[in-house]
Ligand binder design. Structure first.
Ligand SMILES: [Zn+2]
Length: 368
């Protein structure tokens, strides 16, 4: 049957959509972005502008020299330059400017909702107060909602190459800013933090290392996500699910090597926040035509497309869609619609909001 009944009763004839309409659909369809490290959205131009504003010396002569240094070979060599770039962020206004610059790009890509990862330890370890970080980013979320119509939330990430003790110290410092039903400390009304995540170097830093801090976050009623199965093995995905009890897996592309894991992820509709350009840039796949995005979808998984660190990996969310679909001809309009619908299903928002976004999505695909 050519017709597919979508969530909002709109009949979409996917098979009748000509292949050459795909690029327009990918660009214009509403979507949510759920895997974006806001520090990874720092463009060389903004790094230099902030360095000048704050009197920070950079080990690069100019914007071109910095951009040329973005030739990483693996996750660690990327992280080295990533932390150097973050060194220019000192004042609340810097974090606001970085956040809003991302939201402007996201709005241009028809992102209706973004959940931004941020790494407080990258900043507090340099002496920047955690409130400076959270207030600047939360204010960017407010402005994005008001002026761009993009809703935003924040996910506080623990750096997994640091200790669990350091993660607990970060959680303690963030307590006044956590939006949770069980939070008893005085809350900052402005904070947009809805959950916690786990990022940075995966190899050698299994999820188990953070079992207790995630248990505490779960008790606080926070949403839980974790990077797993990017460079690490399927076993890290299992322990992210079973030990950390996360609701989403960030990346997770390694799951296809483990059929029992795929069956579990599909049955429980555990979202995977996949980042195609990142995976190619960091050599998880040698080229985009070897990426397993189509296989993940065809296995019935709730895969989504995201940009990870867009300033460093070659593009924002629409560039990820465009390059993945160009390299993988088995991806069709039905897959595009599925990816956008999955991003809404996976978002930490209420059901009524998701239904509204799905109606917007169906309208784009139903239009001539
Ligand atoms: Zn990531």
């Amino acid at each position: 049957m050519a017709f597919f009944l979508s969530g909002s009763d709109t009949m979409i004839d996917f098979d009748a959509i000509p292949h050459d309409r795909l690029p327009v659909l990918l660009r214009t369809m509403p979507k949510a972005e759920l895997h974006i490290h806001i520090e990874g959205s720092l463009e060389p131009e903004l790094i230099f502008a902030l360095a000048q504003r704050n009197g920070v010396a950079l080990p690069y002569a100019n914007v071109e020299a910095l951009r040329a240094a973005y030739a990483f070979t693996d996750l660690q060599s990327f992280l080295d330059i990533y932390y150097a770039g973050a060194s220019v962020l000192l004042e609340e206004q810097d974090f606001f400017d970085m956040g809003l610059a991302y939201f402007e790009r996201a709005a241009a890509d028809n992102v209706v909702h973004a959940e931004l990862f941020f790494d407080p330890q990258t900043h507090t370890d340099r002496g920047v107060p955690i409130g400076t970080v959270i207030n600047g980013l939360s204010r960017a979320c407010e402005t994005a909602q008001r002026e761009l119509g993009v809703s935003g939330a924040l996910i506080l990430c623990f750096l997994r190459h640091l200790s669990e003790e350091a993660a607990f110290a970060t959680l303690d410092a963030a307590m006044p800013y956590l939006q949770t039903p069980l939070q008893t400390a005085p809350q900052s009304a402005r904070s947009r933090i809805v959950g916690v995540g786990l990022d940075s170097s995966e190899r050698g830093n299994p999820p188990e290392k953070f079992a207790r801090v995630f248990e505490r976050c779960r008790e606080l009623g926070l949403h839980l996500v974790a990077h797993a199965g990017e460079e690490g093995p399927p076993a890290y995905i299992w322990s992210a699910l079973d030990v950390l009890q996360v609701e989403r897996i960030d990346h997770g592309v390694a799951c296809l090597g483990d059929p029992a894991l795929v069956a579990r992820l599909a049955a429980e509709r555990v979202p995977l926040t996949v980042c195609p350009l990142s995976n190619v840039k960091l050599r998880v796949y040698p080229t985009m035509d070897r990426h397993n995005l189509a296989a993940l979808l065809d296995a019935g998984l709730c895969a989504t497309v995201n940009s990870d660190d867009p300033a460093y990996f070659g593009g924002y969310i629409n560039q990820n869609f465009m390059e993945a679909f160009a390299a993988l001809p088995q991806l069709t309009a039905r897959h595009a619609h599925r990816l956008a619908a999955n991003s809404f299903e996976a978002a930490f928002v209420d059901a009524a909001t998701k239904a509204r976004w799905n109606q917007m999505l169906d309208k784009v695909f139903a239009a001539d």
